[in-house]
Write a protein that binds this ligand. Structure first.
Ligand code: NAP
Ligand code: G4F
Length: 322
């Protein structure tokens, strides 16, 4: 019999990459989508799997909806990827962010406990939980000190996942994922904003890119590589919490330089400006993850390097706009 996986956030960035991986492993994949007047399946279509995933309408903030789905499916594996995931919006939308990112996972954990305690659970935790906790590399023992309402909301879900594991012996794991990107990354996130902007400049559709804080540094990997670590976590005998990162840090200047280079445009500085509109009330300056635990225990390795990731995104954006 096929294994059954239930993936929330199926139509975002990670959902389609994870679903593709699970389908390749012969899972039956059910994907949760909110109700929309005009549903957008573009990201699933990009990976060619829109007909292979069974879509269910629901909302993780609606406990009745979660109880109904989990009671009926009793999935072998549940991946909770749904979130208000844009850090920049989380100050203005702090209540919504909390309802979705904190209470949503709580609803799912309660449903698992009540209706399907043998389901294995993956919680999409994040490096945003570290804030500016230390200036070096972050691992599973680094103190959490979130700087954004998004980070705070995700920290609640992180600890609830640990708490359900310890209190009720659920197989519940946190993936503490550092920034990961792809050609289907939302255009509001900085890498895709840059690669889309570079493609527009290349094709003469725009003449500049306006960003916020140009000094931020991040550890950026490829979403297609990172979803494999999610799956590996749920294949372990014991649940646990794992940092998933590349271990390499880059600046926004590096993203810009490499993106313009792959588009064949020189003097990138002359196309870029900064506007306080895109700055945040509290900034997280520097992140760089240490993925040693995931590499040793899960046997996970990233395959795509930073240059290759940005190249992939620029080329795809140019092709799309042409
Ligand atoms: P994403 O592209 O924003 O996808 C999240 C999806 O969740 C969206 O399709 C969104 O739909 C949906 N969603 C929002 N609220 C929902 C609700 N109440 N019920 C059901 N679905 C809902 O995010 P992603 O980049 O794929 O990231 C996946 C997960 O990993 C998120 O939880 C994110 O916070 C976390 N994470 C991401 C990164 C990263 O660098 N990408 C790093 C660490 C952790 P709408 O867009 O229509 O609202
Ligand atoms: O691309 P970003 O919006 O990603 P951010 O804030 O790091 O969050 C992403 O990664 C987290 C993992 O650490 C996830 F949990 C979260 O869901 C999301 O996927 O911004 C990256 C950096 C920030 O320092 C931001 O201030 O880029 C800086 N930045 C500068 N100009 C900008 C811009 N960010 C955006 N989005 N837009 C700008 O114009």
């Amino acid at each position: 019999m096929k294994k059954v996986a239930f993936v929330t956030g199926i139509a975002g960035q990670d959902g389609p990459y994870l679903a593709k991986l699970l389908l390749e492993k012969d899972y039956k994949v059910y994907g949760l989508m909110k109700r929309y007047s005009n549903p957008n399946l573009t990201n699933l279509e990009f990976l060619g799997i829109e007909k292979d995933v069974e879509l269910i309408t629901g909302d993780i903030t609606d406990d009745g909806s979660m109880n109904h789905i989990i009671k009926n499916l009793k999935p072998n594996e549940i991946y909770n990827l749904a979130a208000q995931s844009f850090v920049g919006a989380s100050w203005d939308l702090n209540k919504l962010t909390t309802e979705v990112n904190s209470l949503g996972p709580l609803n799912i954990l309660n449903s698992i406990k009540m209706h399907s305690p043998s389901s294995k659970y993956y919680q999409a935790s994040t490096s945003e939980m570290y804030g500016n906790s230390n200036g070096g590399r972050q691992d599973e023992s680094t103190t959490f000190k979130p700087r954004s309402p998004y980070g705070v909301s995700k920290l609640y879900a992180y600890w609830m996942t640990v708490n359900f594991r310890e209190s009720y012996s659920l197989h519940a794991s946190n993936g503490i994922l550092f920034n990961h990107e792809s050609p289907i990354r939302g255009k509001e996130f900085v890498t895709r904003k840059i690669t889309d902007g570079v493609a527009r400049i290349k094709l003469g559709l725009e003449d500049k890119i306006t960003l916020g804080n140009l000094d931020a540094k991040r550890d950026w990997g490829f979403a297609g590589d990172f979803v494999e670590a999610m799956w590996l976590m749920l294949q372990q005998e014991e649940p646990g919490d794992y940092v998933v990162a590349t271990g390499e840090q880059h600046s926004i200047g590096d993203v810009l330089r490499i993106a313009f280079k792959h588009a064949g445009i020189e003097n990138w500085e002359s196309y870029v400006s900064s506007d306080p509109r895109f700055k945040r009330p509290a900034e997280l300056h520097s992140l760089c993850g240490d993925p040693t635990k995931a590499e040793k225990i899960l046997g996970w390795q990233r395959k795509t390097d930073f240059d290759g990731l940005i190249k992939l995104m620029v080329e795809e954006d140019i092709a799309r706009l042409k």
